[in-house]
Design a protein around this ligand. Structure first.
Ligand SMILES: Nc1nc2c(c(=O)[nH]1)N[C@H]1C(S)=C(S)[C@@H](COP(=O)(O)OP(=O)(O)OC[C@H]3O[C@@H](n4cnc5c(=O)[nH]c(N)nc54)[C@H](O)[C@@H]3O)O[C@H]1N2
Ligand SMILES: Nc1nc2c(c(=O)[nH]1)N[C@H]1C(S)=C(S)[C@@H](COP(=O)(O)OP(=O)(O)OC[C@H]3O[C@@H](n4cnc5c(=O)[nH]c(N)nc54)[C@H](O)[C@@H]3O)O[C@H]1N2
Ligand SMILES: [Mo]
Length: 755
């Protein structure tokens, strides 16, 4: 019934190309979704699973964090959601026999794609020091082993507890509680590599590190600006919302170095017009910006708004500080600088500005195209300036819309997964539980890698994710992990991080979102702050799996011993007791159990959105006036962004095609403007090695990429992550947020033979 995973590896990477698509979704998306689902799950399971996704009594899609509409469609999923589900609900299994047949040294030579295709992990596995193969281990022995290593540390800060954003609220809450009761705030997470820049910029300026719009606001907006985001691939259900917004009269402005098909034309597979007809043209004006030019562009918009007097003086007077500083800085913004930073024309910018002037309410949406740059935080602050000028925060149809990645990454932060906890939250933990949490800040992702590299951290524990592949500077990161005494991965699927081990290593397999967890359910928070329940229905992939909350509770009891008065056993037995503690310690969760039982869940409070109240120290929203910068490239170099193909979920590779961009059967491609490529002497189909040039003079090379002539902005290039993470220097991070600046790398291309 189920096709076998690919036997050969490295899978033949022989990229083919054809012109990029001009529209997204439509019938091909359904066909691809069902084909992927069928390959992994078979017919009956496909039907049962896909109909339960994002329904009120079903499970939350493990794909992206885009919110569910109030009344979900019967099939409220998208092609890439279906692939994410198929990847988890697959019938393939990675058993102890598999590990007996494949030494770790061999697994370490396999591609991430091959590893993921092997199926679901079924047993806890242990790699003893010096051993060649993982072997099965009992849960109790695994917990005893972790406890032994943790107790052997000189200080709790020598342990690192990483989290990836698929973890439920309940598991995340227990995990941070465990780490803090153990004695450390070393809680780095995928957010450090993702929307940290948004959180930093928003917390400082509006007092809340989250977006300020709800789904209904999109339908009421006059203007929606989508900058640095590719929703057709990464948030496909957002296209449905944009289509509806357009039908209600919204104009859409897209800012992106790449003309992404999904933003151009959307063929909604749930309407006849989308299935068979032409679909809807989404973007009204497309600004093909040079990578990293967004801060300069928005600064110019702000200058023009101020010059025209097109700002909301009453809002600015009553709710903000710092307008004069911004006005002074904006005065110095000039056209030449902006045109150089953006490579746009004056006519294009003027046309966009006319649209902006005419709009009564504006929403700005963004994702990794803005957050992963050196100057990401000032760029996002400039967008805050832009919306504050027009009073576009805290009223219908207007606001800030950072579109989150992992389905519960926002919830994990709300639950206290952060290396820099709010003192008020620690006070609440102290009142609820009988221990004193550490107050000093812990390690984020980049500083955790440094600590492991330098021997200051000795135990690495990951609740989900694929740290070795997702983190920057692959060689440095992998060497750092290998220096650990113990690496532990709580996972559903095999990945690279299981092959890059400390002296000893554990793989702890858990239930996924789609699976039944007794009669318990968990909760998640979407990108717009809506909290709702998620309940899996499928039989677990193996009888040996634990749920994440149960795993953490049992581990915590074993490590913390009988001296801990936290009710770990009760937490594991009944998640309602976890939610009761959450309700008492985290604002906005009162009557959690009752409110989450309502269909669709409930919205967390957001003072700027709900009351135009700004919980900054001054009680006002802050204009900021950072100097305008943008990434420069020496002659003969390109600015590389590392991004996602249509066939992947972060480090999970579903297949080797990137349909909308016209790439098939391969991932080692570099997209370059034809004129730039020719100037470098590279024809379409030639091969090149990519070498990044860091500020400190160090170089890193990724060999053997097929050059694809592609209509990206001049001077820019694009290639897929994680293959290109080896090029991202560990120290090349955004100011303030410390997020790896993986969207702006200076690279050179060296012609190479076809591999
Ligand atoms: N199917 C699928 N869904 C996903 C994911 C996945 O891998 N697969 N990942 C999830 C996660 S964790 C996240 S964070 C999100 C990521 O969602 P996205 O941010 O959409 O993901 P990227 O592929 O990194 O795309 C970045 C986009 O920004 C543009 N860009 C790059 N640099 C710049 C710039 O300087 N300025 C502007 N204006 N644009 C720029 C790129 O051309 C590209 O369109 O998606 C989530 N959803
Ligand atoms: N160069 C470059 N690097 C990047 C980015 C980029 O754009 N460019 N993007 C960054 C971003 S935005 C992010 S969010 C990070 C992603 O970093 P991570 O979140 O660490 O990586 P993922 O690939 O999402 O993790 C996939 C693994 O999660 C495990 N998993 C899946 N579901 C579950 C579950 O329910 N429970 C548990 N316990 N495990 C599960 C599976 O074993 C799977 O192999 O990567 C970052 N790295
Ligand atoms: Mo992300």
């Amino acid at each position: 019934m189920t096709a076998q995973p690919p036997a050969s590896d490295p899978v033949q990477d022989a990229p083919g190309t054809r012109p990029p698509r001009r529209s997204a979704a439509g019938l091909p998306a359904i066909t691809h979704a069902l084909r992927a689902a069928h390959r992994q799950m078979g017919t009956r399971r496909t039907a049962l699973t896909l109909l339960r996704v994002n329904q009120h009594d079903g499970f939350d899609c493990p794909g992206c964090a885009w919110p569910e509409p109030g009344t979900p469609h019967t099939a409220e999923f998208c092609e890439n959601g279906a692939k994410a589900i198929a990847e988890e609900a697959t019938r393939r299994r990675v058993t102890p026999e598999f590990f007996a047949a494949h030494p770790v040294s061999e697994l370490a030579t396999r591609s991430g794609y091959w590893l993921g295709q092997q199926g679901r992990l079924t047993h806890p596995m242990y790699l003893p020091e010096g051993a060649t193969h993982y072997q099965p281990i009992d849960w109790d022995d695994a917990f005893a082993l972790i406890a032994g290593e943790l107790h052997a540390l000189d200080h709790p800060d020598q342990a690192v507890f990483y989290t990836s954003g698929r973890t439920s609220n309940e598991a995340a809450y227990l995990y941070q509680l465990f780490a803090r009761e153990f004695g450390t705030n070393n809680l780095p997470d995928c957010s450090n590599m993702c929307h940290e820049s948004s959180g930093s910029a928003l917390t400082e300026t509006i007092g809340v590190g989250k977006g300020s719009v709800l789904l209904d606001d999109l339908y009421q907006a006059d203007l929606i600006i989508v900058a640095g985001q590719n929703p057709g691939t990464n948030h496909p259900r957002m296209l449905t919302a944009l289509e509806r917004a357009k039908a209600a009269g919204a104009t859409i402005l897209t800012i992106n170095p790449l003309p992404e098909a999904g933003m151009m034309r959307f063929r909604n597979p749930q309407t006849p017009r989308g299935l068979a007809g032409p679909g809807t043209q989404l973007t009204d004006q497309y600004l093909q910006i040079r990578i990293g030019g967004d801060q300069a562009l928005f600064r110019l918009f702000n200058k023009l708004l101020i010059e025209r007097g097109a700002y909301d003086a009453a809002f600015i007077r009553d709710h903000t500080l710092g307008f004069d500083d911004l006005a002074a800085a904006a005065r110095t913004a000039d056209w030449d600088t902006t045109l150089a930073a953006t490579s746009l024309t004056r006519t294009e910018i003027e046309r966009a500005f006319d649209t902006i002037l005419g709009a009564r309410s504006t929403i700005v949406c963004w994702a990794m195209g803005l957050t992963q740059h050196r100057h990401a935080v000032p760029t996002i602050k400039e967008i805050v300036n832009f919306l504050l000028l027009r009073g576009d925060i805290g009223r219908p149809g207007a606001g800030l819309c950072p579109v989150r990645g992992h389905s519960n990454v926002q919830g994990d932060r709300t639950m206290g997964i952060t290396e820099r906890p709010d003192p008020a939250f620690l006070d609440a933990l102290t009142r609820e539980f009988a221990f004193t949490p550490p107050r000093h800040h812990g390690l984020d992702t980049v500083s955790a890698i440094r600590a492991l590299r330098d021997g200051r951290a000795r135990v690495f524990f990951a609740l989900g994710g694929n740290f070795a592949a997702a983190a920057p500077d692959t060689t440095t990161t992998e060497d750092a992990l290998r220096r650990a005494r113990l690496t532990v991965h709580v996972s559903t699927k095999l990945n690279r991080s299981h092959c890059v081990t400390g002296a000893r290593a554990l793989i702890l397999p858990v239930l996924g979102r789609t699976e039944r967890d007794g009669d318990q359910f968990v909760t998640v928070e979407d990108s717009m702050g809506i909290v709702h329940a998620s309940r899996g229905r499928l039989a677990p992939a193996s009888p040996h799996l634990l749920s994440e909350p149960a795993l953490i509770a049992r581990l915590a009891r074993r490590v913390l011993g009988p001296g801990s008065t936290t009710p770990w056993e009760q937490f594991a037995r009944d998640y309602r007791t976890i939610r009761a503690s959450i309700a008492r310690t985290i604002p906005g969760f009162h009557d959690f159990e009752t409110r989450v039982a309502q269909p669709g869940g409930f919205a967390l409070p957001h003072a700027p959105r709900d009351h135009r109240r700004f919980p900054t120290p001054s009680g006002k929203a802050h204009f900021t006036a950072a100097p305008v910068t943008w990434p420069r490239t020496p002659p003969g170099r390109l600015l590389l962004q590392t991004l996602r193909s249509h066939d992947q979920y972060n480090t999970t590779i579903y297949g080797l095609d990137d349909r909308y961009r016209g790439i098939s059967n391969g991932r080692r491609v570099i997209l370059v403007h034809p004129d730039d490529a020719r100037a470098l002497g590279l024809n379409d189909g030639d091969y090149a090695d990519l070498t990044s040039e860091a500020d400190d003079g160090t170089e890193r090379t990724a060999p053997g990429f097929r050059v694809v002539h592609y209509p990206t902005a001049r001077g820019c290039a694009a290639a897929y992550y994680p293959e290109t993470n080896v090029l991202v220097p560990l120290d090349h991070t955004a100011d303030t947020s410390n997020t790896p600046a993986s969207k702006s790398l200076v690279i050179r291309l060296t012609p190479a033979p076809r591999p």
